[in-house]
Design a protein around this ligand. Structure first.
Ligand code: ATP
Ligand code: MG
Length: 233
């Protein structure tokens, strides 16, 4: 019988997903941080993990190359979500998508006076929709990482980035000025796979749902809360 595959990324997504898998009795055969393997067996012979780049998770699941996946709301928004069923908020990988500017920058009046903002971000769709809703004209500059550098070098006036503790912003003399959206990771499922193999996939979704419900409040701790207060939101 063909194994069911779950796509996920190394780093914080894997770190936060591992306790959910453990609660279901699923343990990966190897530590993805140490192994060079990209397909990992688990203690369940019918379940395999695919280790992919965070932003590639929805693509694997959309095309059915993976049956299920774990992806942040940020990543899903940029992908568009087509072909994906999103049955569960896993309540892991909590952070906030925010607008941030240099400490001395008066964001409120820049926005009020209708100045055209230059905004650097990895999250073009989220940023475009956010500023369109506000009626603020922006020139978006696509970056792939280290957005904090953009205002410091004159590349942009503002950035749209994910914030959890706020430490990276502070270290780079930036402040969060506006919340775009809270972000958590979701379970995503290929819609066709769910229809064709519901007998095998649905019990897995149910088990993950029970694991999410069973995690302690500390494990769901929303590390980003202090930032929200600091930003006066
Ligand atoms: P890559 O490092 O491959 O370019 P990435 O930066 O999106 O991709 P990670 O840093 O592993 O990958 O982040 C994966 C997910 O973790 C994000 O998509 C987001 O949903 C979540 N996340 C939680 N807190 C943060 C944070 N402070 N910064 C970035 N991502 C966060
Ligand atoms: Mg990263």
């Amino acid at each position: 019988m063909k194994a069911i595959t779950l796509a996920l990324s190394k780093g914080r997504i894997f770190d936060d997903t591992a306790p959910l898998l453990a609660a279901m009795g699923v343990v990966p055969s190897e530590d993805p941080e140490r192994s060079r393997k990209l397909i990992l067996d688990t203690s369940r012979p019918d379940l395999r993990l695919l280790v992919v780049r965070a932003s590639d998770v929805p693509t694997y699941v959309e095309h059915g190359a993976a049956d299920l996946g774990v992806a942040g709301k940020d990543v899903l928004y940029e992908h568009g979500g087509q072909g994906l069923f999103q049955p569960l908020d896993l309540r892991i990988g909590a952070c906030r998508m925010m607008v941030a500017v240099p400490n001395g920058f008066d964001y409120e009046s820049a926005v009020r006076h209708g100045a055209r903002l230059r905004v650097a971000t990895k999250y073009l769709n989220a940023a475009r929709d956010h500023f369109a809703r506000k009626g603020v004209h922006v020139d978006l500059i696509k970056l792939y990482g280290s957005m904090e550098l953009a205002p410091l070098t004159g590349l942009a006036d503002a950035i749209v980035d994910l914030v959890s503790s706020g430490g990276t912003l502070r270290a780079n003399h930036l402040k969060a000025v506006e919340l775009i959206s809270p972000v958590t990771a979701r379970l995503i499922v290929n819609q066709a796979a769910l229809k064709l193999r519901r007998d095998r996939i649905q019990p897995l979704i149910d088990a993950i749902a029970r694991a999410v419900g069973g995690l302690s409040p500390e494990q769901h701790a929303d590390a980003a809360t202090p930032v929200l207060h600091a930003a006066g939101l």
